[in-house]
Design a protein around this ligand. Structure first.
Ligand code: M6R
Length: 347
């Protein structure tokens, strides 16, 4: 049932191009839903864990392309902000399982005032029965505790929704090619296994990115903590010098997410700052980016043109593989990390 892979997590990582293809088939339904939407003056995403990171990408999309003020709330913190919702708010609940206790509690509170939309993977789950609107991510069942293919499907769904609301037809064409970009990204696996072997004994990692790449950095750090038990921090690259730079020395590898686009040059500058303090830099960027290549100690390359807006769906792939291989190298079962459950049904 693991389809020849050693673990469900690895199988699910490799299923990601197909998972995204299936999510893309929701486009027509999403467009119809959007046509029937009233005019919203605020979006509020609510989620936990990896689903929260997908929501963070949603904020950049909705504010940057649709132009609607957008908040992203942790479901466990929702009650402290619930009073600010009204009938012109679209509250979007992101959940793989549709059963996470904090998310369901927040959904029930939001249902009292706002319009609610659940973006969920598990068919017929509680969230899908209680929200006003539902979009399925259609990634197929995910067995590994670490969310992988459901994350990229969530990102795809959120992109389809935001791009439809923004009328961004060119990006809606471009997103059709994302599964091909993901297939290329998976080809770096042998290189990533070697990087994993080299850094598996590090005690702390930093992951940095700006804008669309900041949630990718946070998700990379969460995967690391969850399945390798190594401390990882995802940080907005521009915030490093406001404190955590004091922690950087030659024992701390820094993973820098630096796709081409608006944030590229500034993140490159931050990368140079950590390098100057002795950090080993593992950079993720375009295969055409000679400057980045010359600065990084390890460079994971992405070929082909990809709009920065869509880059989170592709750039997370090597970070999942990095944590997976470090986990295996450290003798951990990545499918069953200690203290964690696939679905968190207590608040
Ligand atoms: O089922 P949900 O998406 O509501 O679950 C939320 C989190 O518990 C989940 O994403 C968790 O963070 C993952 N196991 C991380 O890989």
């Amino acid at each position: 049932e693991k389809g020849g892979y050693d673990h469900f997590m690895l199988k699910e990582i490799h299923e990601q191009p197909d998972a995204v293809k299936k999510t893309l088939m929701e486009l027509q339904d999403i467009k119809e839903m959007v046509e029937n939407f009233p005019k919203f003056n605020r979006i509020c995403f609510v989620a936990c864990g990896t689903s929260y990171h997908a929501s963070l990408v949603g904020k950049y999309l909705f504010e940057g392309l649709v132009g609607i003020p957008t908040d992203v709330l942790l479901a466990s913190e929702f009650e402290f902000s619930a009073g600010a919702l009204d009938e012109k708010t679209l509250a979007i609940f992101i959940s793989q399982s549709g059963e996470t206790a904090d998310t369901l509690r927040a959904l029930r509170m939001a249902n009292e005032t706002a319009q609610t939309l659940a973006i969920v993977n598990v068919l017929g789950s509680t969230a899908t029965r209680e929200a006003d609107h539902v979009i399925y991510t259609r990634a197929g069942p995910e067995i590994g505790v670490a969310a992988t293919k459901t994350y990229v499907s969530q990102l795809t769904c959120i992109c389809l929704l935001a791009l439809s609301m923004a009328g961004e037809e060119k990006l809606l064409e471009d997103i059709q090619h994302v599964p091909d970009h993901m297939k290329l990204a998976l080809e770096a696996e042998d290189q990533i296994r070697e990087i994993a072997k080299k850094y598996k004994d590090a005690e702390d990692f930093f992951f940095i990115g700006r804008g669309y790449s900041y949630p990718t950095a946070m998700e990379g750090a969460l995967k690391l903590k969850e399945i390798t038990y190594i401390h990882g921090e995802g940080y907005a690259a521009g915030e490093l010098k406001h404190g955590p730079l004091a922690l950087i020395d030659d024992d701390v590898p820094v993973v820098a997410v630096v796709p081409p686009g608006d944030s590229h040059d500034k993140t490159l500058g931050n990368l140079q700052e950590v390098k100057a303090r002795g950090a080993s830099v593992i950079a993720l960027g375009s295969s055409d980016d000679e400057v980045l290549k010359s600065e990084a100690h390890e460079m994971i390359e992405f070929s082909g043109e990809l709009n920065e807006v869509l880059s989170p769906i592709v750039y997370v792939v090597p970070l999942q593989l990095l944590s997976y291989h470090m986990s295996v190298e450290r003798g951990i079962d990545p499918d069953k990390p200690k203290n964690l459950a696939k679905c968190v049904t207590v608040e």
